[in-house]
Design a protein around this ligand. Structure first.
Ligand SMILES: O=C(O)[C@H](O)COP(=O)(O)O
Ligand SMILES: [Mn+2]
Ligand SMILES: [Mn+2]
Length: 520
């Protein structure tokens, strides 16, 4: 390593948009971040769609954001790989799906499809469903039960009825499939460790065990305030009989993203084993990081050969620091979706500051996190600190504008403190967002009605700034994207950039403009 040690600060949900109603970054007191973004040398990087490896026009997310920064190249994300199979017809003729449906026809079994019923395209896309239904129909399988999970997080709140009715229309048009159950994502996609919620989702799926019943999918959500918290609801036949999973049936999980679906899949596998339903087969659309072995219809892209491998090779010690919500992102995802802790890699999981809704404590435990970053960088044996400041995204998801403004101010304060300490100790700090969120907390409905609160991610570019000991700042290259963070970090550290990191270092981009090497 012939560069200098430094800090990569990932400001989760830090997007950039012009000042407008609902822009928490523009409204909140955040003098430090404002100065970075307002500086003529401040960069804006693309963080959504094709620039990172998502389908065109799709909002960025934390997984792909951290993966491409670590890999130093765009990666074909699971949603893109599934979409490609859907568009090419490969999903409809998928040999595993064909075999499974053929066997169910012969044995009189049911195919159960479980998935988030929306098109937010962070965890799932209801647009993938028709091709699977067409495969079912082509196989002559009549029993296809759909277990719908309502969203309101990756898409605006209050839209689940509309998606469920689109789902019903889809089954009618294709001529196969019926909705067997409806449940909110707070239950079925909990990743906070609330086993009681996951258990309810599993029992609704397996046994039709519900808190209430409904005659059809849309009635299950009618009059319910929050899409994500729709209670376990069995959609029953007129006699009130729910659908159950019988031994020998197949369950296909339709979400392509693993993190929030894996707990349910593992719970379902455990429940089936303890019930003795040992012949139920589990499949997934994208690959999951589950304890249970679940074959995926669409394989994952290879994300290896990134920053973690280059640091290990060069013998550079790194520290990864985050609160729980983003801990996997600075470790597992940044490391190429690989759970192997590289030699010389240390993890600091910052404990939560308080219980209760995050709107009530939008600062989370950011002060402790900031202290851990400053202490870690100051140790002397650490080459790189990678830390995630989660507040703008985690609080942004609540849709609360006021709380998100407080989150922005907290991030601003701690980022400023970290940069001041880094200047004193001669460390550089590279600050970057992984995708937008807090800069757009309102959405305008298509029907022209008044803007509504919005807690989802955005397609906006993300700010990126390099704060160096001598205060020098780069000039802005046009069209750069967050995969460039990987090679830029290695460049600053003086670690050789692996050949597989195809994204240009921001230094390379800048040197083309002749404004660069004086930064080091
Ligand atoms: O799962 C979630 O929390 C959101 O749907 C996406 O957020 P993330 O990509 O920031 O995790
Ligand atoms: Mn994120
Ligand atoms: Mn998020």
């Amino acid at each position: 390593m012939d560069g200098s040690p430094g800090i990569l600060l990932i400001l989760d949900g830090w997007g950039h948009a012009p000042a407008a109603p609902g822009n928490a970054l523009a409204a909140a007191a955040s003098p430090f971040l404002d100065a970075l973004v307002g500086d003529p040398a401040g960069l804006l990087l693309e963080a959504s769609g094709g620039a990172v490896g998502l389908p065109e026009g799709v909002v960025g997310n934390s997984e792909i954001g951290h993966m491409v920064m670590g890999a130093g190249r765009p990666l074909e994300y699971d949603s893109l790989l599934v979409q490609r199979q859907a568009e090419s017809g490969a999903l409809r003729t998928h040999p595993v799906l064909r075999d499974v449906c053929g066997r169910l026809v012969r044995e009189g079994g049911t195919l159960h499809l479980v998935g988030l019923c929306s098109d937010g395209r962070i965890h799932a896309d209801i647009g993938h469903l028709p091709e699977v239904l067409r495969a079912v129909r082509a196989a002559g399988l009549e029993r296809c039960a759909i277990h719908a999970i309502t969203d309101g997080r990756d898409v605006p709140e209050g839209t689940s009825g509309r998606y469920l009715s689109a789902l019903t229309t889809m089954t009618e048009e294709i001529g196969v499939g019926f909705v067997a159950g409806v449940i909110g994502r707070d239950y079925a996609m909990d990743k906070s460790g609330r086993d009681d919620l996951t258990a309810k989702a599993s029992r609704l799926l397996l046994d039709g065990a519900a808190e209430r019943t409904a005659p059809d999918a849309e009635s299950a959500v009618r009059g319910h305030d929050h899409d994500g918290s729709v209670p376990p609801t069995a959609v029953t036949d007129p006699a009130g009989t729910p659908t159950t999973v019988r031994d020998g049936d197949v369950i296909l999980f339709m979400n392509f993203r693993s993190d929030r679906t894996a707990p349910l899949v593992d719970r379902v596998a455990d429940d089936l084993a303890s019930d003795g339903r040992t012949r139920v087969r589990l499949l997934s659309l994208g690959r999951y990081d589950t304890r249970a072995e679940v074959p995926a219809l669409v394989p994952r892209a290879d994300a290896s050969g990134g920053v973690a491998d280059a640091l290990e090779e060069a013998g550079v010690r790194s520290l990864r620091i985050a609160e729980r919500e983003k801990f996997d992102h600075v470790t597992f995802f940044f490391n190429g979706r690989d759970a192997r802790r590289r030699t010389g890699e240390e993890h600091v999981l910052v404990p939560p500051a308080a219980d209760g809704p995050v709107q009530d404590h939008p600062e989370m435990n950011i002060d402790a996190l900031g202290r851990a970053v400053v202490e870690g960088a100051g140790r002397g044996d650490v080459g790189l600190v990678v830390a995630n400041l989660a507040n703008m995204d985690v609080v942004g998801h609540t849709g609360s504008y006021e709380a998100t403004c407080r989150a922005v101010t907290a991030v601003d304060r701690v980022a400023a403190r970290i940069c001041a300490a880094a200047r004193d100790s001669g460390h550089w700090v590279l600050l970057v967002g992984d995708h937008g969120n807090a800069e757009q907390m309102l959405t305008s409905p298509e029907d022209g009605s008044a803007p509504r609160p919005y807690g989802g991610h955005t397609r906006n570019p993300v700010p990126c700034a390099l704060v160096t000991a001598d205060g020098a700042r780069p000039a802005a290259p046009a069209g750069a994207a967050i995969p460039s963070i990987g090679p830029t970090v290695l460049h600053l550290l003086g670690v050789p950039v692996p050949a597989g990191m195809s994204a240009p270092s921001l230094f390379t981009l800048r040197s083309r403009q002749g404004a660069l090497d004086d930064l080091r």
